[in-house]
Ligand binder design. Structure first.
Ligand SMILES: *Cc1c(COP(=O)(O)O)cnc(C)c1O
Length: 395
């Protein structure tokens, strides 16, 4: 099956990240259309879930409409209740904090570490020691009085968090860890695929992720009972499908077969996508080695990162310009780059700034830029990006 021609993009444009349609996408989607199995039941939904069980370190997977929905369900499976608090890294896309709100709980933000941009286990330990009190088998946040009931570890930009260290801190206070692996499909932590190493995790197949279903996600579990509960909650909590009896409030979160068809064709190419993005990252490391003040974020000893987005730290003193200057300069040349997200402890959506102390997340937000990282990025385009950066240095 051949691909339809795509709309040509502007000659100079180098996008941050774009999907690559290069495998069975057309054939699988056509099969849905030919058979009429387009909606939320069908072989591709099951095959996508089965793929996850075969390739990721989980025993069950449940396909859902988005990574955010997967997080919502994972929080419910972890037993988070209205009125609780959940730890979320300050430096992440906002979705996990939003999902915490959906269950009626409140996110509490903990800082990132500077080397790999991940949740800082040391800051997490300080948070429990300084900002929480323990007693009667629970952990309570001092300021809000809320019971803390889970920790979400986000593998930011596709680089694994130091899960063993995060889990050691969470274990000490008896809390479950939920992995937000929405950016990190294909990444390994100490040689094992991230996603459900801590017991419960989430993937996303949004259009900007390493593999896409158009939209979609997976809840990854380590036991069938949790998966069965996820299936129940995501299909409107139907107890009697004939008489429409529901014991609980459920959600319409099941992925469609059409999306799963696209998603399966994409994950079949995961190894190629990861290899291509890792090659992009390696070329940035090599090409920028001689540029003072622009340093690619390095891989940790525990990590095999999918390098979903390659990021650099821009030191304004050494480089001669700050990150936003470089962003504007590259944009002028048709090269798309992005800063990291506004740190969530500053987000107006969650009550705004806390300025009593310096956050590593704030400095990372000022300094880090994500560079074009698509699996389809040509060596010629990437060489141009590197030359633009090197040519901007005020050496
Ligand atoms: C993309 C993303 C999500 C949400 O995934 P969607 O499929 O877009 O809902 C959640 N968390 C993080 C860190 C993400 O980057």
């Amino acid at each position: 099956m051949s691909c339809e021609p795509r709309a040509p993009r502007a000659a100079a444009a180098v996008p941050l990240s774009e999907p690559v349609i290069g495998g069975n996408e057309w054939a699988y989607v056509k099969e849905c259309l030919d058979t009429g199995w387009v909606s939320s039941a069908g072989a591709f939904v099951t095959r996508l879930e089965q793929w996850a069980v075969e390739h990721l370190a989980c025993t069950a997977a449940v396909a859902v409409t988005s990574g955010t929905a997967a997080l919502h369900v994972a929080l419910l499976l972890a037993g988070v209740r209205p009125g609780d608090a959940v730890v979320v890294p300050s430096l992440t896309f906002i979705a996990p904090a939003n999902a915490v709100s959906y269950v009626g709980a409140r996110p509490l933000f903990v800082d990132a570490e500077a080397d790999h941009l991940q949740l800082d286990p040391a800051a997490l330990r300080v948070f429990f020691a300084r900002d929480c009190r323990r007693g009667g088998g629970s952990v309570r946040h001092r300021d809000t009085g809320r019971p803390v009931s889970a920790v979400i570890a986000v593998h930011v930009l596709g680089h694994p968090s130091d899960l063993d260290a995060v889990r050691a801190v969470a274990d000490d206070v008896g809390l479950p860890v939920i992995e937000d692996a929405t950016e990190s499909l294909g990444s390994l932590y100490r040689g094992r695929p991230v996603g459900a190493l801590a017991g419960l995790g989430c993937l996303s197949f949004n259009g900007n992720k390493i593999a896409t279903a158009g939209g979609g996600g997976l809840v990854l579990c380590q036991d069938e009972a949790a998966a069965a509960r996820a299936r129940y909650l995501t299909t409107q909590a139907k107890d009697d499908p004939l008489e429409y009896v529901h014991r609980e409030v459920g959600f319409n979160y099941r992925l469609t077969n059409l999306q799963a068809a696209l998603g399966l064709a994409q994950v079949e190419q995961l190894e190629t996508f990861v290899a291509a993005r890792r090659a992009v990252h390696a070329r940035y490391e090599q090409g920028l080695a001689a540029v003072a003040g622009v340093e690619p974020i390095a891989e940790a000893p525990w990590a095999f990162a999918n390098q979903w987005l390659s990021a650099v730290r821009v030191d304004p003193v050494a480089f001669g310009h700050d990150s936003r200057w470089l962003l504007a300069r590259l944009r002028q040349a048709g090269v798309e780059t992005r800063p990291l997200w506004q740190p969530l402890h500053r987000s107006p959506a969650f009550g705004g700034a806390s300025t009593e102390r310096d956050w590593v997340a704030d400095e990372l937000n000022r300094q880090v830029l994500c560079l074009p990282s698509s699996a389809s990025l040509s060596v010629a385009d990437q060489t141009r990006v590197i030359a633009l950066i090197a040519g901007s240095a005020s050496a």
